[in-house]
Design a protein around this ligand. Structure first.
Ligand SMILES: [Zn+2]
Length: 271
């Protein structure tokens, strides 16, 4: 299967999973479904090729995670495919827990930085670049996410915050949340390695996180509420992401993402 050329990609997470995204969304055309690609890291997860306002994008479910494939490999399959497709702008979404005690379930956050506590290995493609992780979350895409979120969501939207990444699949212990306090605002499992891989392929990357539970030890949370958010808010999250694509130019970039990827100085190792 030939990989199609697209400018945009959406990495679906728990926010859109229940909506069969982007089926049943206005203005979206599904051009092809169940696309699998052979990558150097194994067969890719299923992609959908879609179009909104004439702009083509690829999307996959739940960060490509599936049983029998490591999460590191899932991410590498996705980003290798994005690189072959020529993707320039990537949006991801996912549910997160709180670390900052001011946050509540159903708050939205557009993180501007991260703290990677995951121990995932092999989270690069070919290592040809020195990746500078300044403004790792694209400032321009974050601005677009904020504008779109404000159109569709009347609750609280935090336009910056630090996302701590843990391995999962389990949630964090009370002691781990206590350790993170003061260092991060939210905690989740998907931002890394996606953020590194996006920089490696020279694409802009931003994330829309929505709070689904309190961090352990902060306040008792309800699985019922988490379940309701999972099913109720999928349309909202999808609408925001699609609106960003509609309002973003793939080529005219006002951010510095691409300039933060440099040729490696360790050429003897990686050539
Ligand atoms: Zn950018």
């Amino acid at each position: 299967m030939k990989i199609p050329s697209v400018d945009f990609a959406i990495i679906g997470g728990s926010g859109t999973l229940s909506s069969n995204f982007p089926k049943n969304f206005a203005d979206v055309e599904i051009l092809a479904d169940n696309l699998f690609f052979d990558t150097p890291y194994g067969k890719s997860p299923a992609f959908r090729l879609c179009s909104v306002d004439g702009k083509k994008f690829l999307t996959c479910k739940m960060h490509g995670w599936r049983s029998g494939v490591t999460r590191a490999d899932s991410s590498r399959q996705i980003f290798w495919t994005f690189r072959e497709a020529g993707v320039k702008r990537i949006l991801s979404e996912g549910g997160v827990g709180t670390v900052n005690h001011l946050l509540n379930p159903r708050d939205l956050m557009i993180p501007d930085d991260y703290l990677d506590l995951s121990t995932r290995k092999d989270v690069q493609l070919d290592g040809k670049y020195l990746l500078i992780m300044r403004e790792a979350l694209c400032s321009e895409l974050r601005e677009k996410l904020l504008e779109s979120a404000e159109k569709f969501f009347t609750g609280r939207i935090f336009e910056r915050g630090i996302y701590a990444v843990t391995d999962g699949r389990h949630f964090e212990s009370p002691a781990e949340i206590a350790m993170l306090k003061g260092h991060a605002d939210i905690v989740g499992q998907s931002l890394a390695p996606e953020v590194y891989l996006a920089r490696e392929i020279g694409a802009c990357y931003a994330n829309l996180s929505f709070v689904v539970n309190y961090g352990e030890g902060l306040k008792i949370w309800s699985h019922e509420v988490m379940k309701n958010i999972f099913f109720d808010d999928a349309q909202l999250i999808g609408n925001i992401l699609l609106d960003v694509i509609k309002n973003t130019d793939a080529d005219k970039k006002f951010c510095q993402c691409l300039s933060l990827r440099k040729e490696t100085l360790l050429k003897e190792i990686y050539e």
